[in-house]
Design a protein around this ligand. Sequence first.
Ligand code: C2E
Ligand code: CA
Ligand code: CA
Length: 760
Amino acid sequence: MEWLGLQFVTELPESGQVILNCTHDPVLVLVAYLVACAASFATLDMAERVGHAENPGARRVWRWIGGACLAGGIWAMHFIGMLAFQAPIEIHYHLPTTLFSLLIALLASALAMHTLSVAQPSLARCLRTAVVIGLGIASMHYVGMAAMQSSATAYYQPSLFGLSIVIAVGASFAALWVAGYLREGSGVAHQVLKYVAALMLGAGIISMHFTGMAALQLVLPDGAAPTMAVETSHLQLGLTVALIILLILGSAISAAMADKKLQNKEHDLRRVNALLSQLDQARMSLQQVANYDALTNLINRRGFNQLFAEKLSQKASEGGMLAVMFLDIDHFKRINDSLGHDAGDALLKVIASHIKSSVRSHEDVVARFGGDEFCILISLRDREEARNMAQRIMLKMKEPIELAGRRMVMTTSIGISLFPHDGSTCEELLKHADLALYQSKGAGRNGLHFFSPSLKTRASFELQLEEELRNALREEHALMLYYQPIFELKTGRVTKLEALIRWQHPTHGLLTPDRFIGIAENNGLIAELDNWVLRRACKDLGELSRHGCEDLKIAWNCSPLNLAREELADEIESALRTAGVAPERLELEVTENALMGNIANTLVLLRQIRALGVSLSIDDFGTGYSSLAYLKRLPLNTLKIDRSFILDIPTATADMEIVQAIIVMAHTLHLQVVTEGVESLEQYEFLERSGCDFIQGYLLSRPVPLDELRPVLEEINQRKPSHAVNPLSLAHGTFAPMSLDPSPKNPAPHAGASVVRPIR
Ligand code: C2E
Ligand code: CA
Ligand code: CA
């Protein structure tokens, strides 16, 4: 240790005199302590910054600043501590050695800051580093001491010397550990802890220095006399150095504080940004929910309207054509009613994918508007493109779909409107496509129609008609019943009448039901209308009884929609009771499709009606989808073969075979058979031969009003004796129904028929 000028007390020379009255200036000691504390605080602060800095550049800068603060602080503390040292000898300092001590301080501090920048150094690493730093600080101290030049020789007491090194290592370890602990956290408690730690670390550093000083013993050679303490400017110098270093440390701390604030602000900003983007995402997913149909994943009406508006304004400015295509799945309600809503939903999904696969995925927009209604928006060059696509969809739709263990084939009705021909606004084009769809449905479904201006006229006409029908239902004489005789072949007499509604319209004349039943059904008027017919028919039955026709039955037509109303049975009972008519004289006619639509519910209602004593007839038989199994379950009395099977008899042999088969089947099920639409003698003869029970048609009579009915009935009944019809006599014209025969080419002469004028 000779090179450092370190001589230990164990080596105290034989001769010489130990200077005993070495003192320290208390002010400078205090200043040195403050500097040590400030340096400790600054170092902890910088370590915290290193831990929080987000980019490596900033981390490096704070590490250097921290290192400089620590080195500068310790060295300044040491320097001020040395200035505080007062001994009765003249002391000078060797500048290069002093600077070298500063260099050591810098190296030790750099090492300290490097360890502090590691997120969570292990205990072993902390200890290792603390030893190196402690040795560094001690080296700085003793190198600094070695810079001291005076007439005395410095000797050190080994125990205190060792203790000073232990304190240096201990203080270093404490610094590393506390800094790691203080790295995270914020708030007042954290700040207070940092101050306490700084005071303790400052105490540690200064303790090391003064333990080192306590180990120092200055020995003057024999004969050398101690000088009197001279007035020096150590205090001033010490204060100046302290001021400079404190200013430097203060600036570093301020910079750290500013950085912290800036970083907090950045964090806040980032948090706000994250919050904003979360809000944005929430808004987008809300929009997604609002604009999409959850079942099919297609956009819904809302989403469609937005896209439609955008595309329309684009086409309006750039030019080009658009087609709006409305799709309605035919008889979808039947699936829901018979197989349940889950099956209905599954079917809608398949249909949606069928539609999607038939359009051009990028350009065309497919939406579900709710229920079984879909809408497609297509950019195109000509109208044929729209037709082709519609046909493609219709074809795709006919592919069999497996559902609930069944294979079904669905069809669709389509209505198309075109931009710019059929309208310039979204509302107009949608309305027109809807009108065209209505046309497709009206034309028997499974077809496509383009919008045409005549549809619009028709629609507004129907709107007006609906209003007028509403009023007609409240008037006494606007609606009336016509009766068409039903001739029983076995007895050769008219035993039944079918009640058929007519509307005496003030401007359009007498309207047949096909012009207004649909309007009534679509606008919630059908229950009222059918109830009106029921009550009027019951009243007329009473009237007929008074005129000697007590045995005549009346067949009353009931809309499929009415079959869904539970109160129907009560209404029938009430109508019969009010009119005082036996229930056996009333027959309810329901179409085949109406019966099959919702078989389970209908069955309950029909049984109630049958229990009243009212008979049941299945109308338009052969046009629907009834199965024998269902027919067997229904409480039916009569089966009416649809007019379409009779139309081409006797030319169509296939039809003749079908009619014969239906008659046999009906009889097997113990049902009586009525054939309607019989217009010719050949048809009559054929039906009689085939075993048909009843005949109805223009051959006998057109429907007539009640007050014209009696002569018609009398005439028909007189034409044949009341026993069974003789085919031969018919063949020879003795039956002679021709007097009333109004074949379509030769309309009936009586008023009831001739005033019926269809409106188009
Ligand atoms: P529907 O029940 O099939 O009635 C038979 C229709 O065929 C009647 O037409 C009748 O005039 C017509 N018809 C009868 N014999 C012949 C014939 O030989 N040749 C031709 N070409 N036609 C014949 P209408 O009175 O126009 O009734 C049409 C449909 O309107 C009825 O078909 C029925 O479904 C419905 N309807 C009639 N009255 C009512 C009613 O009061 N309520 C309900 N809901 N529907 C009714
Ligand atoms: Ca009928
Ligand atoms: Ca019919």
